[in-house]
Design a protein around this ligand. Structure first.
Ligand code: PLP
Length: 231
C-alpha cells in the first residue's frame, strides 16, 4: 500500500510548519484510492474533494475507514447536494442562499446537521466563484435572522482562495481583507463567535502566508500528493 515513503516525509514537513490550532485538509482530488490510503496510514484524517461524483466514489471505496472526514471544496451544484448530504463533514464552498436552502433540505432528510463555510470571492481572477465581500455580512445576518429555517446547518466560518500569482504582496492584501471581514463578523454579535470560528484559507503555494492571517484550515493538495499516482 504505502508505495511512497516520501509521503511520510512530506506530511511531517508540512505538519511541522502548521501553527497551533491550524488543521490540515488533504486535498485528494484527482488522486487514487491507494494514494489516499497511503496518506491515511500516516494519520491524516481530513480529506477534501472538489467534484461530487469523484467524492462519492471515494467515500464508497473507503467507507470502512470510518474516521475519515470528507470535506467538499469545489463549486457545488444544487442538484448534487443530495449525493453527499449523508456523509459530508464540512462544505467549504457555499456561495448562495439557494444552495444553503438545498443543503438544509437534504440535511434534514438525513436528520443531520451539516457544517458549512461561506466562500468569499476575493481573488482578482473573474473565474473564481464566491460571495462578493460587500454582500457577506448581509448573508450572515440573513442566516442568523432565519435560524429557525436553518435547523440542519451550522455556519462555521469563511473560505477564501487567493489569486493565482507569485506576487505575495497581492496575496497578503487579499488574505488581510479576508481576515478583517472574518474578525468584523465575529465582533458584530450577529452570530455566535464559538460557532463561527473557522477560516479556510491557503493552498500548497500560499498556506504559510494564510496562517499569518488567521487561517484555521489549510487546504493542501500537490505538496502532499506530488509524485503519487493520478487517477
Ligand atoms: C485543488 C484545490 C486546493 C489544493 O491546491 P494545491 O495547490 O494542490 O495545494 C485547495 N483549495 C481548493 C478550493 C482547490 O480546488
Amino acid at each position: 500500500m504505502s508505495q511512497s515513503p516520501n509521503i511520510a516525509t512530506r506530511l511531517a514537513n508540512i505538519r511541522e510548519t502548521l501553527k497551533d490550532g491550524v488543521r490540515l485538509v488533504a486535498v485528494s482530488k484527482y488522486h487514487s484510492i491507494d494514494a489516499i490510503t497511503s496518506v491515511y496510514e500516516y494519520s491524516q484524517r481530513i480529506f477534501a474533494e472538489s467534484r461530487v461524483q469523484e467524492l462519492v466514489q471515494k467515500y464508497e471505496a473507503l467507507k470502512d475507514k470510518k474516521d475519515i472526514k470528507w470535506h467538499f471544496i469545489g463549486h457545488l451544484q444544487r442538484n448534487k447536494v443530495k449525493y453527499i448530504a449523508e456523509f459530508i463533514d464540512l462544505i467549504h464552498s457555499v456561495d448562495s442562499i439557494k444552495l444553503l436552502d438545498e443543503i438544509e433540505k437534504q440535511a434534514s432528510k438525513y436528520k443531520r446537521i451539516i457544517p458549512v463555510l461561506l466562500e468569499l470571492k476575493i481573488a482578482q481572477e473573474s473565474t473564481k466563484s464566491g460571495i462578493e465581500p460587500k454582500g457577506l455580512i448581509e448573508i450572515v445576518q440573513y442566516i442568523n435572522d432565519n435560524k429557525l429555517k436553518y435547523k440542519h446547518i451550522i455556519l462555521r466560518g469563511i473560505m477564501a482562495m487567493g489569486s493565482n500569482t507569485n506576487n505575495t504582496e497581492q496575496i497578503r492584501k487579499e488574505f488581510l481583507e479576508v481576515q478583517n471581514l472574518f474578525n468584523k463578523i465575529r465582533s458584530l454579535n450577529i452570530i455566535d463567535k464559538k460557532e463561527f470560528c473557522e477560516l479556510s484559507m491557503g493552498m500548497s503555494s500560499d498556506y504559510l502566508i494564510a496562517m499569518e492571517y488567521g487561517a484555521t484550515l489549510v487546504r493542501i493538495g500537490s505538496s502532499i500528493f506530488q509524485d503519487i499516482d493520478h487517477i
